[in-house]
Design a protein around this ligand. Structure first.
Ligand code: DP6
Length: 327
């Protein structure tokens, strides 16, 4: 049976960086994210008798061996549970640039999880789907849900409590976000390698772990109160703390380019001039600007003429992952 799922990307307001178990991909810290309406992955999975190996079509082209193997290995989880060995044809498409720090692994693995679960005719609760997606990529656990989402680092050694859960639905607080693309090049070091190197070598790693809960607590409160200033301040703080941590790895990891820094300064200058907006940045050079409800167009008009910006996406808050065909 063929099933197609759509999952939206998400952006962490309080960041995940570091794993408590590498094999099971269990995060060392919790995180809080917003699911993004305008960025999504659409993935179909079809388990077939006639295939000798898993086949992955990514954005219209046959994917590399490595990518196909990663997706194929992930599907073993579903084959095992369903009790068959059929290989799969996976067709997947992002509506945004792949691999440039725009969380394609989050929406990608969330969509793959949901499509594979349905195609294998398994019945998984949302929490179990989140747990399965996490095995593909930590941030993917959050993309199973819409709106504001919290991911727990969990305590169990098998990872059953390292799952995301919805905090508030997409319409709870219609924040907006601008995504400023500063480069379309693939990043030099991916988030998995980057966070593992950080955990092994940064003298600041323990402090990062020790202070994570306080950030989560403050962010929960800011969201519960719909306090935009507090949300923005904590998001910027968590972002800079994560990047400072990555920079303190040996060798230091630097995800920004010159334009990223220019835009960071520009967002802070906007605030000085009374236009409230805050930045956040993942493992790449793109700048995401968090804007209040109805605020993105104005913020955009002040930033869009800065030299070198490749493109700008505007988004609101998006829904949970869902199945698009039901034949
Ligand atoms: C900076 O979820 O991509 O975006 O679990 O190793 O696949 P893996 O890492 P990934 O890392 C996300 C890191 C981040 C922060 C975040 O989204 O919380």
């Amino acid at each position: 049976m063929k099933k197609t799922a759509i999952a939206h990307a998400n952006i962490a307001l309080v960041k995940y960086w570091g794993k408590r178990d590498i094999a099971l991909n269990l995060p060392a810290v919790g995180s809080i994210s917003m699911t993004l309406k305008a960025l999504f992955t659409e993935t179909s999975v079809e388990f077939r008798e006639d295939l000798e190996q898993d086949l992955l079509i990514l954005n219209g082209d046959k994917a590399s061996e490595t990518q196909a193997r990663r997706a194929g290995q992930f599907l073993e989880l579903f084959r095992e549970e369903a009790g068959h060995q059929r290989k799969a044809k996976i067709v997947t498409r992002n509506n945004f640039p792949t691999g440039a720090g725009l969380a394609s692994s989050a929406s990608g693995f969330a969509a793959l999880t949901l499509a594979a679960s349905k195609a294998a005719q398994l019945t998984h609760s949302p929490a179990r789907l989140s747990e399965l997606a996490r095995l593909g990529s930590g941030s993917a656990a959050r993309s199973i849900f819409g709106g504001f989402v919290e991911m727990d680092h969990g305590k169990n050694s098998n990872g059953s409590d390292s799952v995301a859960r919805p905090m508030h639905p997409a319409d709870y607080w219609p924040l907006e976000m601008l995504i400023l693309i500063t480069s379309e090049a693939e990043k030099e070091i991916g988030s998995t390698a980057g966070m593992n190197l950080t955990a092994e070598t940064s003298p600041y790693y323990k402090a990062w772990i020790d202070t994570a809960e306080a950030d989560l607590k403050r962010m929960r409160q800011a969201i519960d109160d719909r306090n935009f200033t507090r949300l923005g301040e904590i998001a910027e703080y968590s972002c800079l703390k994560m990047h400072g941590l990555a920079m303190s790895a040996d060798p230091g990891i630097l995800y920004w380019n010159g334009l990223s820094m220019t835009l960071i300064q520009a967002v802070r200058k906007l605030r000085k001039n009374g236009i409230e907006a805050y930045f956040t940045i993942d493992a790449g050079p793109q700048i995401k600007v968090i804007c209040p409800p109805g605020g993105a167009a104005k913020v955009r008009s002040h930033l869009e003429n800065i030299d070198g910006i490749r493109s700008i996406l505007t988004t609101g808050i998006g829904p949970a992952a869902y199945i698009v065909d039901d034949e």
